[in-house]
Design a binder for this molecule. Structure first.
Ligand code: ZN
Length: 212
């Protein structure tokens, strides 16, 4: 096994173990009746994908990084205890995104992205990714996908760095396809962005009542 592979395996095992310990801790907390204590909550971490020299998906003059930032800002505005990986057009490495969330010790990690496909205009719609084997990630992904009415549903992967290297339940949302005409109209609409941010925020708050 290569060093990098080994390290990734250790990180993945650590993530599963962390969720196991979290569940054990929650069970103890529930038994002690301290579950509703807001002091336990450590808030939300929102990660607008790409930025700076990395535009993400591009169609004509439209860049994924800009849409990600707009929706991420709208999502963050629903929370008091929230941190973002970037609040401007700056380049942040994938490892620093996960590191930021782990340092905050956030309860929930949400990465915002926009898709692109060479099959468009036949491919469209949103999808929500979680880390393979993460039960809490899966539940969160399911709830967000339901709230959004995601056409492409929920998917799991071990390949996304930010999902792999974050310690807390984490999802990556692909809002739609930048090179699909209908999706793009939505993605660029302030009203649609507000609606989507509200739905994601509601799904998070319904599942994690302590995250405000
Ligand atoms: Zn992306």
């Amino acid at each position: 096994m290569e060093m990098r592979e080994l390290l990734e395996q250790v990180m993945a095992d650590h993530k599963r173990l962390d969720e196991f310990n979290f569940k054990k801790g929650m069970a103890t907390a529930a038994a002690l009746g301290v579950l509703a204590n807001p002091a336990m909550a450590k808030g939300l971490y929102v990660d607008p994908g790409h930025g700076g020299k990395d535009p993400g998906a591009v169609h004509q003059e439209y860049h994924e990084k800009d849409i990600n930032l707009q929706v991420a800002n709208k999502l963050a505005s629903h929370f008091k205890d929230v941190k973002v990986s970037r609040d401007g057009d700056t380049f942040i490495s994938l490892s620093n995104r996960a590191k930021g969330a782990n340092e905050k010790d956030a309860d929930v990690f949400v990465s915002i992205h926009v898709n692109s496909s060479d099959k468009a205009p036949t491919t469209n719609g949103s999808e929500v990714w979680y880390y393979t084997g993460s039960e809490k990630g899966k539940t969160l992904a399911n709830d967000i996908a339901t709230a959004l009415g995601s056409e492409r549903g929920v998917k799991d992967t071990t390949k996304f760095s930010v999902l792999k290297n974050t310690k807390m339940p984490a999802v990556l949302i692909e809002l739609g396809f930048i090179n699909d005409e209908t999706d793009r109209k939505n993605l660029l609409s302030d009203k649609w962005q507000n609606d989507v941010a509200q739905k994601i925020a509601n799904a998070i708050k319904n599942l994690y009542s302590g995250v405000k």
